[in-house]
Ligand binder design. Structure first.
Ligand SMILES: [Zn+2]
Length: 537
């Protein structure tokens, strides 16, 4: 007797193979059978007539690291069909402590006692993953170790080249994580202190991940004027380290760079043809989202949190920051350089909710100051924790990337804890709610790829690339992570103004054989697992 029998659907198995009409049987969290017709008894039968049955979607680019600290149903993942998240991207991870980098991962208010507890969990990758194993999740979760954290652990926020001992400290941090089951190493080469690492330093660290079959995930050193050099650097790290390369949230930023996606893909495919394992992840939106503090050139951030806040009060310091943003983009490309103050909208700032949803020009007018002053005031008042949305990409390049077989789906968002009013304005980027659905729509409506190929880039493709064992395919013996949906009708309702509006067309989502979504709504089941890399060594 099966636990669940999904009957009469159109099966896309995640490999890109042609779809077929068939049934999928689930037992004990696994896929028991996939066949044109299955007759056995089942505790529950799901009618999938007229619907696609596919593997659950894999979010190759998550920032859900803090999920380990709090219980959460991850409804924002489930309600877009995500059953597995790969987190720890962009170089920023909670472990190893200390993580007094500008992107502090404890974003939610916690008691001092709880804070101390969290710090203990974050001593290193092994203690963190031990904690993760005790936590319940709505989705499966896999981890990358971040360069910002590893470097801050070894040498604080220093912009110097590491000494041999510091280098060994960093390598040790990566090794502890890989031994514990991480899937690779990530950089955030526009974020301090990751930005201070040179190509040799990064390659040496990525090589440790590669010993365990881990990937090198790179938020590259520039995504606008510096894009081509930055892609070249990521490929060089892959060559030197032997690690597969995952280019994070692949994009083209800035009006001067329109069309550069073609050159980027040429470089990636050339590297692939030369034998490198290389791929990318993408979110299908023309505006990015990042902490406001990270738009300040890192040379102004070398002293860490509290001191930086003190400095931000100084008008002369503000002038220097502004001059650098708009005149030294070759050295560091702030998204504000590409989007302008007008294209930079505050999406989250807990202590100044009156400015959420407004751009820096509007906020400056309300404050009666210059935009750079408004920006610094927001950072000071909110203790650096301010999130922005920046209109800096173009649709043409987004579509070119979305059509490429090596480009997977990544939300570049994390876990949303509270269930927000669906009409709430701002507070989030729509990619946190709708990346997967929006990606299907974009590819479908522009005729970029077949449904089989689209689904492969969201399931089997990333599972193979990352080495997620027995995931990503509808095959006997594989984990029963499954989506059932109406391919022609899926639709994302969320947008920049109303990011929490729910998606349409998703009927069922199973995580490890447990039904966790029915007719678009997450059921709050905690059936996710921690995925552990047992790669080569
Ligand atoms: Zn990033």
């Amino acid at each position: 007797m099966y636990d669940i029998l999904i009957k009469g659907g159109t099966v896309l198995d995640g490999s890109g193979a042609p779809r077929f009409k068939g049934d999928v049987a689930v037992k004990d969290g696994l896929i028991a059978r996939v066949a044109p017709s299955i007759d056995g008894e089942a505790a529950r039968v799901i009618d999938a007539e007229g619907l696609f049955v596919t593997p659950g979607f894999i979010d190759t680019h998550s920032h859900a690291d803090d999920l380990v600290f709090y219980h959460s149903d991850s409804y924002n993942c489930i309600e877009q069909g995500i059953t597995t998240v790969l987190t720890g991207n962009c170089g920023v991870t909670p472990a190893p402590f200390p993580f007094d980098t500008p992107k502090n991962p404890i974003k939610r208010p916690v008691s001092d006692e709880r804070r101390a507890e969290i710090l203990r969990m974050c001593e290193n990758g092994a203690t963190y993953i031990e904690e993760a194993k005790k936590t319940e999740f709505g989705v499966n979760i896999a981890f990358l170790m971040g360069h910002c954290s590893v470097r801050a652990h070894a040498m604080g926020m220093s912009p110097q080249k590491p000494t041999r001992e510091q280098m060994e400290d960093m390598k040790n941090s990566v090794r502890i994580a890989m031994e514990a089951g991480y899937y690779g190493f990530s950089t955030g080469l526009v974020y301090a202190p990751s930005v201070y690492g040179d190509v040799d330093e990064i390659a040496e660290l990525a090589a440790v991940a590669a010993e365990y079959g881990g990937v090198y995930a790179s938020h590259i050193r520039g995504e606008g004027n510096n894009l081509i050099n930055a892609i070249e650097e990521a490929i060089e790290v892959g060559r030197k380290s032997g690690a597969p390369v995952l280019i994070s949230h692949i994009k083209v930023m800035g009006k001067n760079n329109l069309g550069k996606s073609r050159r980027v893909l040429e470089m990636i495919h050339d590297a692939k043809d030369s034998g490198m394992n290389i791929f990318a992840d993408q979110y299908p939106y023309d505006s990015g989202s990042a902490p406001l503090i990270s738009q300040i050139p890192p040379k102004f951030l070398t002293e860490g949190g509290a001191k930086t806040l003190e400095h931000l009060k100084d008008p002369k310091f503000r002038d220097e920051i502004e001059w650098s943003i708009f005149n030294e983009s070759d050295e560091f490309e702030s998204i504000i350089y590409d989007a302008g103050y007008e294209g930079s909208t505050i999406s989250d700032a807990v202590k100044t909710p009156q400015y959420v949803g407004k751009n820096l020009v509007q906020i400056a007018e309300e404050m009666g100051v210059r935009p750079i002053d408004a920006m610094c005031e927001l950072l000071i008042t909110n203790g650096v924790t301010v999130q922005g949305i920046y209109k800096c990409q173009n649709m043409e390049d987004i579509l070119v990337y979305a059509a490429d077989p090596l480009v997977f789906a990544g939300t570049d968002w994390g876990n949303i804890y509270e269930h927000h009013d669906i009409d709430q304005e701002s507070g989030c980027h729509p990619r946190g709610i709708s990346t997967m659905i929006k990606r299907i729509e974009l590819i479908r409506d522009n005729g970029l790829r077949t449904p089989e190929e689209t689904i492969r880039t969201m399931t089997g493709g990333p599972a193979l690339a990352m080495g997620f064992e027995k995931r990503g395919f509808l095959k006997e013996g594989y984990a029963a992570d499954i989506c059932v949906f109406d391919y022609d009708k899926v639709h994302a309702n969320s947008d920049y103004v109303h990011p929490y509006r729910p998606n349409e067309g998703l009927e069922y989502v199973l995580v490890n054989g447990v039904v966790n979504l029915e007719h678009g709504k997450c059921l709050g089941k905690m059936a996710g697992q921690v995925l552990l890399n047992k790669g080569k060594k």
